[in-house]
Design a protein around this ligand. Structure first.
Ligand code: FAE
Length: 489
């Protein structure tokens, strides 16, 4: 059994099925295979509706304000695609549904520099990762880089070209990064010969065309084996050793308004936790505390980080427009990791109007790590992150943007995250850790204390990857599942 259908879960399901194992995947979100009343499966970013948020009655947009106006609006409570999960000091954005984060993310498929990977996961053989598993992951995900010639002339990347000019004038390297979007489709969107998706501002709440989510890649191949069953709208609540061997897995069947309509128990020989860094950590700290899996290691719950995410915008001069038409798929970044501890994605602001804004999501070297614990009285997992812990991330991002502002004679936008607030320091898109490789598990994701229980998602990575994380999550899952199939099955 695989709990969750994101990157780690999809890799596990495909490789197990190819090895002849029957796999049952359980996913708390929806299947996302049926069009809504407007004929589209996914809602647009500028017009969120019931499909957009996981069980909220009001949207919680990462950019909450624009030109002084709040952007959030009421929506019907529904098992929508984007979860803005709130903990004490941070809102953690996550994808919900078959495909996990691949449904909502920007598709930036970035392989970290080898020296940075070695610093993050020193017990993993970097030679194997860069020789075998990163290439395997990138091929499986369909990662590719924008055609540089087309990039120079495409209206929809004017914002990225402005970002490049400003980066270079301040002496920063500007790097193209691969993405899983179908670049030929994007070209046709720009040429007006295909229905627009990235160019219609589709991101965050799903892409109706063009993006190769896991449903188009790993999960399609997994299903084609005939050995994989996926059960959506079921949330796993417990895993405990079964009397006759294996594990009893308890799950709630959810209605689309989030109510539990049935509870089921199944038995599985082996269980893979792939519910994402937050989902896996929450489940495991609960199961250790309530005695269902009391032998789990004390490291379970620890080592959680936000990949150093922090957002900001810059206000450009009127002679430096970033374009009314912006592709929602980012394609490049500013690499100041070695000098300043920041890698800044040049991000779109696809509002449909000229904003004169440059917008960035920075990934920074933030040393703070939080811990999940189970609050039995409240019946929920808690995370002890503090908003003030974002200061090192802001400082790192400033090594890039203070310099660019000084060079360009520009200022930070103060209208995107509330009134007179420069930094988007309240959120992360990249939760990592909580069941760290080599600490809560052995060096291949086997949970300490139990035979046949594995972690195979972003929970294994200790809080940071130096770049956007899903290629690393996928590559590590490829490495671990190969070993597990060879030795445990
Ligand atoms: P994930 O993909 O989160 O999958 C976990 C799945 O488990 C989800 O489908 C959950 O609904 C499900 N689940 C959770 N709890 C349960 C339960 N109890 N029972 C059953 N199912 C459960 O995990 N990363 C990049 O590399 N590049 C990007 O451009 C990028 N952009 C992003 C943009 C946004 C807005 C967001 C939110 C994330 C972005 N990310 C990006 C992060 C990336 O999507 C994330 O690291 C991966 O999706 C994490 O993969 P996992 O396999 O760990």
């Amino acid at each position: 059994m695989v709990i969750g259908t994101g990157y780690g879960g999809s890799v596990a399901a495909l490789r197990l099925a190819e090895a002849g194992v029957d796999v049952h995947m359980v996913e708390m979100g929806m299947a996302w295979d049926t069009p809504g009343p407007d004929g589209k499966i996914f809602a647009n970013t500028t017009t969120p509706d019931a499909r957009s948020y996981w069980l909220r009655t009001r949207t919680k947009q990462p950019l909450s304000n624009f030109l002084g106006f709040p952007l959030d609006k009421d929506v019907p409570r529904h098992t929508g695609i984007l979860d803005a999960e709130e903990f004490g000091g941070i809102t953690v954005y996550q994808g919900r549904g078959v495909g996990g984060g691949s449904l909502v993310n920007g598709g930036m498929a970035v392989t970290p520099r080898r020296e940075n990977f070695a610093a993050v996961l020193p017990t993993v053989d970097a030679g194997e990762m860069y020789g075998t598993y990163y290439p395997r992951a990138n091929a499986g995900l369909g990662a590719a880089t924008v055609d540089p010639e087309w990039f120079e002339t495409a209206d929809c990347y004017q914002y990225a070209r402005v970002g490049r000019r400003h980066a270079r004038r301040s002496g920063f390297p500007f790097v193209f990064v691969p993405d899983v979007y179908d670049w030929d489709y994007m070209k046709r969107e720009q040429a007006g010969t295909a229905t627009r998706s990235a160019l219609a501002g589709e991101i965050l709440y799903g892409n109706n065309h063009g993006k190769k989510s896991l449903q188009q890649t790993y999960l399609a191949r997994a299903k084609a084996t005939g050995r994989v069953t996926i059960t959506p709208l079921h949330r796993v609540t417990s895993v405990a050793p079964a009397a006759g061997g294996g594990y009893t897995v308890t799950m709630d069947r959810l209605s689309t308004s989030g109510d539990t309509v049935a509870t089921k128990e199944l038995t599985a020989d082996k269980v893979f936790f792939a519910a994402g860094s937050v989902g896996t950590s929450k489940l495991l700290v609960k199961l250790r505390a309530n005695g269902a899996l009391s032998r789990l290691d004390g490291e379970v719950g620890a080592g959680w980080g936000d990949n150093g995410n922090v957002m900001c915008g810059r206000a450009n001069h009127l002679w430096d427009p970033t374009g009314a038409l912006q592709s929602a798929i980012p394609t490049a970044g500013i690499d100041n990791w070695a000098q300043g501890g920041a890698f800044a994605e040049v991000a779109p602001l696809p509002t449909g109007i000229e904003t004169y804004a440059s917008f960035y999501l920075s990934i920074t070297k933030n040393p703070h790590r939080a811990r999940f614990t189970w609050n039995a009285a409240a019946g929920r997992a808690e995370l002890n992150w503090r908003t003030a812990w974002k200061q090192p991330s802001i400082d790192a991002a400033k090594t890039i943007f203070d310099k660019i502002n000084a060079k360009e004679g520009t200022i930070y936008r103060t209208d995107l995250f509330g009134a007179y607030k420069i930094w988007g320091d309240h959120l992360t898109y990249h939760p990592l850790g909580g069941a760290v490789l080599g600490r809560a598990t052995d060096n291949y994701g086997r949970l300490k204390g139990y035979t046949g229980l594995y972690v195979i998602d972003g929970a294994l990575i200790p809080g940071n990857t130096s770049v956007n994380p899903f290629v690393t999550i996928t590559a590590l899952a490829e490495r671990n599942i190969e070993k597990i199939i060879d030795t445990d099955l």
